[in-house]
Each structure stands twice: as C-alpha cells, then as structure tokens.
Design a protein around this ligand. Structure first.
Ligand SMILES: [Zn+2]
Length: 275
C-alpha cells in the first residue's frame, strides 16, 4: 500500500495494549478516520506529545489490507492548542466539539468545510476572547448547516411569522420548526409541546446560520440567550442523532451559566450583531 499524508485533528485517542494507541482523526483528506500508532507509548521521537486530543497534525499513514485501521507512521504537529488543556471550561468545550464531530460524521466521508470549521472552533476556544459556550453555540449551529440539518428558525412553521407580538415561541423537535403563541392556541394539544425559545434567541441563531464565522465576532449573547441556545442545540442534536453527547453534561451545569453573566454587552444594537 502507498503511504499517504494529510492534515488531521485528533478527536479521540485510546491506549491499546501495552504500547500502542488507537487514534481517531478528522482529516482533510478522508474526513473521520481511525488509525493505530504502534509503539506510540514507547517511541518518544515519533509520537510523544503529538497524538493528544485537539492537536492539529500532519500525519503520514498507510492503509491496511486486513483492517479499516490505517497505520500511523509519523505525525508532525501543526498546532497544539495548549490553552485548551489549561482551563476546565475550555477543555470541556473543545471536547464537546470533538465528540460532536466523532458522532455526526462517517468514516471516509471528507468535508473540507467541516475540517475548517473544527480548526476554527478549536482556535477560537484557544484564543479565549469569547466565553467557551459562545464558541460551542456558533460551532454547532454552523455544523448543522454544513451537514444539512439546519433547524428552521425563519418563522412559525404554521403562519410563517416571526414577531414580538407572537411570543412565546416553542421549537417542536418532532416537526423541526417553530410554533408561535397564537398558532399554539389552535393546535392539537399534543402538537403544542416544545422548547421555549425567545424571539431574540431565535433571531441570533438565525443570524449565526447566515453569516460567516469571521463576521460573528461582534455578536453578544445575554445569559438568557446563551442558556436557551445551549439547551435548544443540545436537545435538537440529541433528538436527530438519537444519542446523548456526554460533554454537554459538563458544559450545561447551572454554575456554568452564572459564569456567563459576565459576558460583556455594550448596547442592544450590538447584541443583535448590527455594526
Ligand atoms: Zn404561527
């Protein structure tokens, strides 16, 4: 088999036997891929401090005839993201990004846009200028769009409107859309259930879907919008995936939201992303 090389981000790593490691990457060339690093725990020169969670690497690998695991021959670090290992909140947020990519992608199904988004997401958390939960919210809303699971936040699924006088809105997971208050009153009782979502949260998430990540830096989420967005994205993703994403549990504990109350919010205009 011919040796190959690609840029790849470590999204999961496990010890295997006494000296090997099994590493899952999200790579530019093949999307999610899994490889074995023989002697990784002994070979200081080839692999030490390289095959760690979140690390961006240039890997050299060889396909195997007998297994879907590739053999990792060499790994050169391109970015370590050391700050992600120095803060519990940032580590947990970065672990959530990796866990999402692990479960939302298939092996050998490359998407360079998702690779770029993951690299941006880790770099944004490393940068630390925004609260980690902000990076998680933006990452996930963008990931849903790239993967074709964009939630429809454009208006009530029944009347099509999005307006202050129609609040409160609910998002119905089973139908994948919003329901305004007047339409809920005439809906069947079992069709009225859903996650409460304020108008400002729906508008912020909708804007986040539409704009490039570089233009989202000026967005400010209030503590309430952070909490609603996180609860909504967790529930929406888990509903579609039909499984729990473990890292959400650490990130959405109540004490974390109290931390978010310190998010700077300079003016109502800036809160909605207007220059
Ligand atoms: Zn309606």
């Amino acid at each position: 088999m011919e040796p190959c090389r690609t840029q790849a981000i470590v999204i999961d790593v496990k010890d295997y036997g006494e000296s090997d490691k099994i590493v899952t990457f999200y790579s530019l060339l093949r999307g999610r891929m899994c490889g074995i690093a023989k002697g990784a725990k002994r070979s200081l020169k080839r692999f030490v401090n390289k095959l760690e969670l979140f690390t961006l690497l240039e890997i050299h690998f060889t396909d195997s005839r007998a297994s879907s695991l590739v053999r990792i021959d060499q790994a050169e670090p391109l970015a370590h993201f050391p700050a992600l290992r120095a803060s519990y909140e940032r580590y947990t947020a970065a672990a959530l990004l990796c866990e999402l990519v692990l479960h939302w992608t298939r092996e050998n199904d490359a998407d360079p846009r998702l690779f770029d988004l993951l690299r941006w997401g880790l770099g944004n958390l490393e940068d630390g200028r925004r609260p980690p939960i902000w990076g998680v919210i933006i990452f996930q809303i963008k990931m849903f769009t790239l993967l074709g699971f964009q939630p429809d936040l454009s208006g009530c699924a029944t009347c099509g409107r999005l307006a202050p006088e129609l609040t409160p809105y609910r998002f119905r997971l089973a139908r994948g859309g919003l329901l305004c208050s007047p339409c809920a009153k005439v809906a069947r009782p079992d069709d009225r259930q859903g996650l409460l979502i304020s108008l400002s949260t729906a508008q912020l998430l909708k804007k986040s879907q539409e704009l490039e990540t570089a233009k989202l830096a000026r967005f400010r989420f209030s503590p309430r919008e952070v909490q609603e967005s996180a609860v909504f994205l967790q529930a929406y993703g888990n509903h579609i995936l039909q499984r729990e994403i473990q890292a959400w549990e650490q990130l959405t504990r109540p004490e974390h939201y109290r931390t978010q109350a310190t998010i700077p919010r300079k003016s109502p205009e800036r809160a909605h992303g207007k220059p």
